[in-house]
Design a binder for this molecule. Structure first.
Ligand code: AMP
Length: 975
C-alpha cells in the first residue's frame, strides 16, 4: 500500500505536536527519532517484507519513518528493533512516546480476516550492544498499542501514545515494535526520562534528580544542603515526583549569626546592624549605648562605661551603674533608732533593677572601724528595694558614718561606686545594763564587790548607782530602806555590814546626759560569821573605793516606795543633743516691727519676705488646713539652689483684700525672725493671683499630735529637751519684744530631728484661726486654757502671758499631748484658775519641771520667770539629769472633775472601781473596799496621807505640799 501522497502533511503535523509535549517538563531524551534527522539503523525482522523505512525531504530536511502494511497477506509477525539505547544510571524508568497512524482495516477491500489495527511494544535489557543479533524471545511485551483515532479516508489521523518502560537495571535496552498484520506508519519515537531540576529552596540547595529514581518510588526523597552561612536543625529535604516536580519541603535552613536572608542566600549584616542567633529574622540595628558594629556582626559591643549582664539579651541597650542615691538623710526615732532614707538616683543607668545596700563605720574619737554586725539593719543591709532602712543597736557617743550605695545589675562590672555618705553622731542611748556582780573579798562586816556591764562601747564618764539592803522578810517588802551609793568605778568595798547577814545588791549604770539604764537584777551576798567582837550596825559606811581609784560620789539613804510607772524604762532612749546642743543664735539686736505700722501692708511683706516665682514652687500633698486655705507639703527649687522640701500655705480663692493682707501679714512677721527654734520663712508669692507663704518643712507636723502619737516612747529627758528648744524660740521672740499670744503645742512644729519650732504668727492675732479661741466680749478670740488670767480678763498680752502659755505647753509636753484641763469647759477652767487651782503634775513628771510650770502660772505676772530664766533652768536640768529623777507627786484624784469647778453635776464617775479603772489603777480596788471607801464622795474627802495609808503607793517622793497649789498656805480645796 502506498501512503506517499499524504506523508508530507503527516510529518509536519507530528513535528509540531512533539514540541508541545517536550515543553511540559524537564526531560532528558535518550532517543529521538525526529531529531536524528537520519537513518535510524533499526533492525527489521524479517529483514525484508516486513517493516520498511521511508525517506522524504521536508523543508530541506531529511525525514525518516517506518511503516508496515501487510494486511492482505495473512498472519504476520514483523518486528522492528531499535538500536541499543544507553540508559542513564539514575533513570530506571523511561518514557516511550510514539507518534503513529493506523489504517482502518475496512478501508482495504481485499484485507484478510487477519487485518489488525494494533501493534505491540516490547523491550529487552542488555548490558551491551548486541549488534544485529536479535531474539524475539529476549523481549518482554510492554503494551499493545491501539490508536485513539484510526485513519479511514484520505485524512490521516496521527496518534500519540506514551508508555513507561521499566524498571530497568542494565546498562541499556532495546525497544521493538511487533506488527501482527496492521497497516501502520511509525512517525516518531522519543525515549526519555524526567528530572526534577536542581533548585534552591528555603536556603537549601537540591541537586538535579531523576524522577522516579532508583527505587522507582512515586516520590523520591532528596536531601539538600543549606546554602553558605546557613544551617538547619533538620536536614532539608524535598520530594521529587515521577513527573519531575519538587514537592513538600522538609527542614528549613536559617542564616547563621551575623547573616540575614536575601533571596535564597545569606548575606552578612551591614555595619551598625547585628544578628545574634540562627534565625529567619533580619539583622537588627545596634541598640543604645553600643559601638557601631562591623560587617557580619553577631552582637554590638558596649561603649566604654556601659555594660550588659550575662542575662541581658544582645538586643538590650547597654547600661551603666546608677548615679549615687540622692538626699540621704538620717532621722532619729524616739526610741533611739535611726532611720536612713534617701531618694532614688537621678540616673538609674538605664535599668530597673536598682537596689541599695548600706554600710556603716563607727568612730570612737579618731578610730574608725566597720560596724560589722554591731549595727542591725532592718530589713537588712543589702538588696534593699525601698529607699529607706532602719539602723538599730546603735551605741552612744559614737560617730556613725553610713554609706548607701545604689547598685544595679551592671554595677559589678564597673569600678565606679555610686554612694552617698552621711555621718551622724548618736549622742544618746540607754546606758548599758549591769549583767553580773561578784564578791571579790568577803569579811564578817565587809564585802568587796565588782560588776560587769553588757558588752557595748562604754560611754565615757559612766557612773553606777549601787543600791543595797539587808535581805528582808517577805512581809517587809513594800517599804524598804536602801542604801544608795553613786560610784565612778565598777567596784566598791562596803564596810560596817552586819556579820553573817545576807544583803541584796542592785546596780544601775548611768551616763551623764544619757539618763539611767536598767537596774540589774538583785544579787545576794552574805557577810561571814563574826570572828571577833565587831561593832554592830546596819548603817552602811564606805571605807574606800576599790582598787582602780573610783571615787565615791554620793551616799544617800532613801526610802524606796514600790510604784507603778506608766512608761517602760526600757523604751527610754533619746538624743538630747538634737534638741538643744547647738549654740543659740546671736541675740537679736533689733526688735520686731509690727507690720500694722506700715501704711501699706504690702510694703511690709516686700520688706521682710523675699518674693518667690510660683514656677519655683511645686505643691505635692495637702498636709493641713490653715485659716486662709490649704497647707501643702511641696518643694522649692530656686535657681542656683538645691531643691528643698517646704510647706506652702495658700490663700483660698474669693478672698477679700483685707484677708489677703492678713494672710501675708504672717509672712511679714515670720520674715523678721531668724532662729533655729522659730519656723523659717523661705519666701512669699505675692505678685501672682494665688498668694502663697513658703516655709521650711517640718516632717513631724504639729507637736500636740506628735506627742499623742508617741505617747510613752520618750523619756522625761527627751521631753525636757524639746521644751528647751521651744523656750529658746520664745526667749528669742521675747527679746525681740514679740508677744505670741497663741503659744500652744498645736502651734509648735516638729522636724525629723525632733527639733521644735514655734510657728503660727498671725496678724489677725487674737486668733481668728485658732479653734481653741473663744470670743471675748471685745470681739477677739482667746484660747482660754493656754492664756494667762490677766490676758483673759483685760487683754494684757505680754511676754509674761506667753510664759503662762509656755507653762501650759510644758504640761502638754510632759503629759504627752494630753488636753490641758481634760474635758473641763472653758468656763470651768477660768473658775478653777481664779480659785488658784492649777493643773496637777502629769504622771512621771520630774518634780523640778513641775515646779517650773507652777512658777509660770503664778497669778502675779511679775513673779513669773522670764524666758531667759526658763532657758537657763531647763539647761541646768539637762546638764544634770539627776535633777529630773525625782518625780512630782501624782495624785490619782486629779482626773476627777473637781467639785469646786464642776458645779452641781458632781463626779462623772459612778463608782470607785470605775474611777480606778479610768486611771489604770484597778489593782487598788480592794484597798479602797477594805478601808470602807465605797463612794466617790468618800474618795474626794481623802487626803494624800489617807490614800497612802490604805496601801496605795503613789509615784514620787513625799512632798511637803500639794503641788498643784502655788503656795503652801493654800488649803486643799479640791479634796
Ligand atoms: P497653720 O495654718 O500654720 O496652723 O497650719 C495648719 C497645719 O498645717 C498645721 O497644723 C500643720 O499640721 C501643717 N503645717 C503648717 N506649717 C507646716 C510646716 N512648716 N511643716 C509641716 N507642716 C506644717
Amino acid at each position: 500500500m502506498d501512503f506517499l501522497g499524504i506523508k508530507c502533511h503527516f510529518f509536519l503535523f507530528v513535528f509540531i505536536n512533539s514540541v508541545f509535549i517536550s515543553e511540559q517538563t524537564k526531560v532528558e531524551v535518550l532517543l529521538d527519532m525526529r531529531a536524528a534527522r537520519g537513518e535510524m539503523g533499526w533492525l527489521p525482522s524479517p529483514f525484508a517484507n516486513g517493516w520498511e523505512i521511508d525517506q522524504r525531504v521536508v523543508n530541506g530536511s531529511q525525514l525518516y519513518t517506518y511503516s508496515v502494511c501487510k494486511v492482505e497477506e495473512g498472519e504476520q509477525d514483523n518486528w522492528l528493533r531499535t538500536t541499543f539505547i544507553q540508559r542513564q544510571p539514575a533513570a530506571s524508568r523511561v518514557f516511550v512516546e510514539l507518534g503513529f497512524i493506523v489504517r482502518d482495516c475496512s478501508s482495504f477491500d481485499g484485507a484478510s480476516l487477519t487485518c489488525k489495527e494494533t501493534f505491540n511494544l516490547h523491550y529487552a535489557e542488555s548490558d551491551a550492544d548486541v549488534g544485529t543479533s536479535f531474539h524475539k524471545t529476549q523481549f518482554r511485551k510492554v503494551a499493545t498499542i491501539a490508536p485513539d483515532e484510526i485513519t479511514a479516508g484520505s485524512e490521516l489521523r496521527v496518534n500519540t501514545e506514551t508508555r513507561t518502560v521499566g524498571p530497568l537495571s542494565q546498562k541499556g535496552f532495546y525497544l521493538a515494535f511487533q506488527d501482527i498484520g496492521a497497516c501502520i506508519a511509525l512517525l516518531s519515537l522519543r525515549v526519555y526520562y524526567k528530572v526534577c531540576p536542581a533548585t534552591v529552596q528555603s536556603l537549601a540547595v537540591f541537586p538535579e534528580t531523576v524522577a522516579g529514581g532508583a527505587e522507582s518510588q512515586a516520590l523520591q526523597e532528596v536531601a539538600g544542603a543549606c546554602v553558605e552561612n546557613a544551617v538547619s536543625q533538620d536536614k532539608p529535604r524535598l520530594y521529587c515526583t515521577v513527573d519531575g516536580e519538587w514537592l513538600v519541603p522538609v527542614g528549613q535552613c536559617q542564616c547563621s549569626p551575623g547573616f540575614e536572608a536575601v533571596g535564597e542566600a545569606c548575606r552578612e549584616c551591614q555595619p551598625g546592624f547585628f544578628k545574634e542567633s540562627v534565625s529567619t529574622e533580619m539583622c537588627e540595628l545596634c541598640p543604645k549605648n553600643t559601638e557601631e558594629s562591623a560587617t557580619g556582626s553577631q552582637s554590638c559591643g558596649c561603649k566604654g562605661g556601659f555594660y550588659r549582664t550575662p542575662e541581658d539579651p544582645q538586643t538590650a541597650a547597654c547600661t551603666a551603674p546608677p548615679s549615687p542615691p540622692l538626699k540621704l538623710v538620717t532621722t532619729l526615732t524616739p526610741v533611739g533608732k535611726l532611720k536612713l532614707s534617701w531618694s532614688p538616683p537621678s540616673d538609674t543607668g538605664g535599668r530597673d533593677d536598682v537596689t541599695y545596700s548600706v554600710a556603716c563605720e563607727r568612730c570612737e574619737g579618731t578610730v574608725c572601724q566597720p560596724c560589722g554586725d554591731k549595727v542591725r539593719f532592718d530589713p537588712g543591709p543589702s538588696g534593699l528595694q525601698d529607699t529607706r532602712v532602719g539602723a538599730g543597736d546603735l551605741e552612744p557617743l559614737l560617730n556613725y558614718t553610713f554609706t548607701v550605695e545604689a547598685r544595679n545589675g551592671v554595677s559589678q562590672f564597673s569600678a565606679r561606686r555610686s554612694t552617698s555618705t552621711i555621718t551622724t553622731a548618736l549622742q544618746y542611748t540607754e546606758p548599758p545594763k549591769v549583767t553580773s556582780m561578784h564578791v571579790d573579798k568577803r569579811g564578817s562586816t565587809s564585802l568587796a564587790l565588782s560588776w560587769t556591764v553588757s558588752q557595748r562601747a562604754q560611754p565615757q564618764n559612766m557612773r553606777y548607782e549601787l543600791m543595797y539592803r539587808k535581805k528582808e522578810k517577805d512581809s517587809e517588802k513594800d517599804i524598804t530602806t536602801y542604801t544608795v551609793l553613786v560610784l565612778e568605778n565598777n567596784s566598791v568595798q562596803i564596810s560596817d555590814l552586819a556579820p553573817d547577814t545576807a544583803y541584796l545588791f542592785r546596780v544601775q549604770a548611768q551616763i551623764p546626759g544619757g539618763g539611767a539604764g536598767k537596774y540589774s537584777e538583785d544579787f545576794k551576798f552574805a557577810t561571814l560569821p563574826e570572828v571577833d567582837s565587831q561593832p554592830q550596825g546596819n548603817t552602811a559606811v564606805i571605807v574606800g573605793a576599790a582598787a582602780g581609784g573610783g571615787a565615791m560620789l554620793f551616799l544617800v539613804v532613801v526610802v524606796l516606795l514600790i510604784r507603778k510607772r506608766r512608761r517602760n524604762p526600757t523604751t527610754r532612749q533619746g538624743h538630747e543633743d538634737t534638741y538643744f546642743s547647738s549654740p543659740e543664735q546671736l541675740k537679736p539686736l533689733k526688735t520686731y516691727v509690727d507690720p500694722h505700722t506700715y501704711e501699706d501692708p504690702n510694703t511690709a511683706v516686700l520688706k521682710f519676705a523675699s518674693e518667690i516665682h510660683p514656677s519655683h514652687v511645686t505643691k505635692q500633698k495637702v498636709i493641713g488646713a490653715g485659716e486662709f486655705g490649704e497647707v501643702y507639703r511641696g518643694a522649692l527649687k530656686a535657681p542656683g539652689h538645691k531643691e528643698v522640701p517646704v510647706a506652702i500655705k495658700t490663700l483660698k480663692p474669693g478672698y477679700t483684700e483685707k484677708q489677703r493682707q492678713d494672710f501675708l501679714g504672717e509672712a511679714s512677721i515670720m520674715g523678721q525672725f531668724c532662729h533655729q527654734n522659730i519656723i523659717r520663712l523661705e519666701g512669699v508669692v505675692t505678685k501672682y493671683k494665688h498668694a502663697m507663704i513658703v516655709t521650711e518643712y517640718m516632717e513631724n507636723g504639729a507637736l500636740d499630735k506628735y506627742l499623742r502619737d508617741h505617747d510613752g516612747e520618750m523619756t522625761s529627758y527627751q521631753l525636757v529637751g524639746m521644751l528647751r528648744g521651744i523656750a529658746g524660740g520664745m526667749k528669742y521672740l521675747s527679746d525681740m519684744s514679740y508677744v505670741h499670744r497663741d503659744l500652744a503645742a498645736r502651734n509648735i512644729l516638729v522636724n525629723s530631728n525632733l527639733v521644735c519650732k514655734v510657728s503660727d504668727f498671725g496678724l489677725s492675732r487674737v486668733l481668728e484661726d485658732d479653734q481653741e479661741g473663744t470670743y471675748t466680749t471685745s470681739g477677739g478670740k482667746i484660747p482660754i486654757r493656754w492664756t494667762a488670767p490677766e490676758a483673759i480678763a483685760y487683754r494684757k498680752f505680754t511676754s509674761a502671758s506667753d510664759v503662762w502659755s509656755f507653762g501650759i505647753v510644758m504640761w502638754e509636753v510632759m503629759a504627752c499631748g494630753e488636753r490641758p484641763y481634760w474635758d473641763m469647759s472653758n468656763h470651768e477652767v477660768m473658775k478653777a484658775i481664779n480659785e488658784a487651782f492649777r493643773l496637777p503634775a502629769p504622771m512621771d513628771c520630774p518634780s523640778t519641771v513641775y515646779q517650773l510650770m507652777l512658777r509660770c502660772w503664778l497669778q502675779d505676772r511679775s513673779k513669773r520667770p522670764c524666758f531667759n530664766d526658763i532657758v537657763s533652768l531647763l539647761d541646768k536640768f539637762l546638764r544634770s539629769p539627776d535633777s529630773l529623777k525625782t518625780i512630782a507627786d501624782f495624785d490619782p484624784r486629779v482626773s476627777i472633775r473637781l467639785p469646786s469647778t464642776s458645779g452641781s453635776d458632781g463626779s462623772p464617775f459612778r463608782s470607785v472601781s470605775e474611777w480606778l479603772e479610768s486611771i489604770k489603777m484597778s489593782q487598788y480596788s480592794e484597798n479602797f473596799t477594805c478601808a470602807g471607801i465605797v463612794t466617790m464622795e468618800q474618795v474626794l474627802q481623802m487626803k494624800n496621807e489617807d490614800i497612802r495609808n490604805i496601801g496605795v503607793r503613789l509615784p514620787g517622793a513625799p512632798k511637803e505640799n500639794r503641788l498643784q497649789y502655788p503656795g503652801p498656805e493654800r488649803p486643799d480645796q479640791h479634796t
